[in-house]
Design a protein around this ligand. Structure first.
Ligand SMILES: [Zn+2]
Length: 187
């Protein structure tokens, strides 16, 4: 799964209650361990052991911004500039570049970023969000009670999973049956 979606979905709903997997610095460290191998600059053990409340606030702020912009985009609203800034400032906080080295005669490229490891990792997540949100590939699940974001594999996909699609269809069917049948105009 893409990093931006994976961060966004650390808040998810279970039987109607929102579960938050990022409540403490230790939660964030565990999350970074999980996604680390997919970052261009993996967060090393030492950096992970230094995750503090400021890092947690940064991660939660980025998550809220991604969720808000994706939610607005999925429902045809203009995103709030403050949420866009939440993503863009995270990207800007950690410029990264590729450096060239040689192992003897074999070229080797290493990605580095010019800041603390956690800020760098969050910048990678934010950059992924810029990619996905700029071409409409992130969407918020439209099923009742689901708060997950998903990667759109076709333009009109509305639900994160078949289970949510089935649930949403049942709910719509139920709603229609509750409403009185529309009157036909006399011809
Ligand atoms: Zn869903």
């Amino acid at each position: 799964m893409r990093l931006a979606i994976e961060l966004a979905n650390t808040a998810h709903a279970r039987q109607g209650t929102v579960c938050d997997e990022l409540q403490t610095p230790a939660d964030l460290a565990a999350w970074l361990t999980r996604v680390g191998p997919r970052c261009a600059v993996p967060v090393d053990d030492e950096s992970r052991s230094t995750v503090d409340l400021a890092d947690l606030a940064a991660a939660r702020g980025l998550r809220a911004a991604i969720r808000a912009v994706a939610g607005a985009a999925s429902t045809g609203r203009t995103p709030d500039p403050a949420d866009l800034d939440g993503i863009n400032s995270a990207v800007r906080a950690a410029p990264h570049w590729r450096e060239l080295a040689f192992d003897g005669t074999a070229p080797r490229v290493t990605t580095r970023h010019g800041t603390a490891a956690i800020t760098g990792a969050l910048a990678e997540v934010a950059a992924d969000a810029v990619d996905l949100l700029s071409d409409g590939r992130i969407a918020a699940c439209a099923a009742p009670g689901c708060v997950l974001l998903f990667l759109r594999d076709r333009p009109n996909r509305e639900w994160c999973s078949n289970a949510c699609g089935n649930r949403a269809r049942v709910a719509r069917h139920h709603d229609r049956r509750k409403q009185p049948a529309p009157k036909r105009d006399a011809a």
